[in-house]
Design a protein around this ligand. Sequence first.
Ligand SMILES: [Zn+2]
Ligand SMILES: [Zn+2]
Length: 438
Amino acid sequence: MKPTLGLIFFPAFDWKISPTHPERQERLLYTRDQLLEEGVFNLPQIREYRPRLATLNDLERVHIGVPSIAKLITQAHLVSSGGCLTAADAVMKQEVKRAFALVRPPGHHAMRVVHGIRGFCTINIEAIMVEYLREHYGVRKIAVVDTDVHHGDGSQDIFYHDPDTLYISFHQDGRTLYPGTGFPNEAGSPAAYGTTINLPLLPTTGDEGLHRLFDGLIRPILDDFQPEIIINSAGQDNHFSDPLASMSVTAQGYARLADKLQADIAVLEGGYSVEAALPYVNTGIILAMAGVDYSHVVEPDQSLLRPQDPRCNKRVDELIDLQGQMWSNREKLRAAALSKCGPVWARDKSIYYDEEGIREHQEETAHYCDNCSGYLTIETEAQNTRFGDQDAYIVCLNRDTCSHCRSVAMDQALAAKRSGRWDYVLVQDKAHSRVEQI
Ligand SMILES: [Zn+2]
Ligand SMILES: [Zn+2]
């Protein structure tokens, strides 16, 4: 019998932000104990893989680090992102039907430009996998469903201009939780309008509200988009016992969601109820993904479970209505947004790196072209990084950026260099999977 689910574990013993920080190795060790106790590794449906190392090129297909991504990461980041690539290979080579990378450090708060650690993340491990799938397997349409309680603002940032990546995130409303973003009007830049879908939920939303949202909106949108691959950013911090958030989802609620979603690849994100929730939520998801009965997986202590507030379902229904309409009209809305903005579209971003107290201001400009997907220019100024205050002018060339756009973009980079205004001028060339300083 061919195994159904590939599992990749990496607890990252030597990586922590501080000894008492909630993002610590025990997050995975208790899960592993629970899986051993349940005999999950002995199931014929399960095959375990050792994570491999990602390369700097894998990282530079996504990120521009200032001064360089190599100076900002540790070995653990290469294993954590490499574990995701192991998962991708196992699925694409059809050794297993699905895979789940239970690795850390996590990734969904890491944005395209990196000055340090935000929300426990330095590099975006899902985005690195997405670009790897494109580079090595020619996969085009990908859906990323982010089930972490926090808005995946880093994933949103990276996929914001990409109409081939559908990013759906449900999360606790940003007015009540870090990072404070993830509202329905954040829907993608004009060229990708409608492929970023934010679903902010009220505190205490539980299994009922979550499944109402999935059945009423997420499933129909996925069916309509028809992705070649579905990736689940699997954050377990919607659990009712999670110390960082205020939701009411149970292990069964998560497992049934995984069963309905049928993600090709799941990647562990958050989840900080290390003993009371994570082992059960992860076990439930693993069994569901492996096609094994999970109905017995129940957390032993339900005393913290709060009933869902009656307003939660109302919010869910409003989101189904609003986002459903936006999805149906996305082509029209995209055309209108493109004709309104003309050949360039710019946005200002103020980004705070909570772990390190870095403040960054960014102006990002998308340059559109009739013959290719265009390119980006980014002006970034950061204060209080490990390297002091630093600023950079960045050009991002896509895989399909045409020769005309390439030469215009390179002229802009050279002009920035000549101006003497910037500490660094960096060019990301996705076609060559690298970032170069000029
Ligand atoms: Zn989270
Ligand atoms: Zn072009």
